[in-house]
Design a protein around this ligand. Sequence first.
Ligand SMILES: C[S@@+](CC[C@H](N)C(=O)[O-])C[C@H]1O[C@@H](n2cnc3c(N)ncnc32)[C@H](O)[C@@H]1O
Length: 283
Amino acid sequence: MNPEEQNEALNGWQASARYWEKYRVLIAQMFAPLTSGLIEEARIGIGQKVIDIGGGSGEPSLTISSIVGPTGSVVYTDPVAGMVETAQTEAARRGLTNIQFRQCSGDDLPFADGAFDVAVSRLSAMFFPDPASGVGEALRVVVEHGYSSFVVWGVKEANPFFSTVTDVMDRFVESPKEDPDAPDPFRFAAPGKLAGILKNAGAENVIERQLNFQIEAAISFEQFWQLRTEMSETLREKMARLTPAQLPTIKQAVADAARRYFMSGKMSFPAEALIVSGRKSAV
Ligand SMILES: C[S@@+](CC[C@H](N)C(=O)[O-])C[C@H]1O[C@@H](n2cnc3c(N)ncnc32)[C@H](O)[C@@H]1O
């Protein structure tokens, strides 16, 4: 990824920040099983110092803040100003005092070696410009034997929350051929890919766990459609290229494909993620 592409990607996230704020409550609810899985896998407990890399609108930082309690602390990081602002505003609204905010990229963390007990990243490692540096940084800033844990999406076919929309959209709007190593939600879906990077970075006890869960919320298809087409920069960009006649056709095709996930009067999509963890080896 060259600096120009990197800038463009960050501008996309900056434009997404207001939607991540708009859907904050739903995001926290829909992806709560990922936060619980990450907290369990990284063995986060009272009194620990935790760094969250690519914290977006605030998760998992905000949840971890209450788990580590007043004797622990969380440092939230994200390279995008709009994301930092929304997370910081929410933490202030909740009166949280054990959490600090820093605008920085995952591959260049402005912290000393061993500054934290644990490093976590929920759904952000896929967007590191250079994953080897990002993972290396996560290991560098934790103490010896400290955990670095990353949640990433499993294969697209097991994640209809995404594919019901993108499969239809791709039939109408030309997409560039996918580079499996380019930043993308499914960049680390292949089993062993991120775990390999973590091992190469020198981590020990590397474990990859598959997490199957339901993405659930009490929302209608109409609300789902709005949320998906607003939150994703790629979809916003594709929507802008549609002709007025294409939009209702696409929306109807997505509604048909998604009908079975709205049968119980709420949204419930099966989903698959991978939690990849390792410990910093002793020097
Ligand atoms: C899918 S969102 C996930 C946000 C949050 N952790 C969550 O799970 O709700 C991806 C986040 O990665 C951030 N990101 C993009 N490039 C990054 C980088 N180089 N280093 C760290 N985070 C990055 C984005 O700004 C965005 O907030």
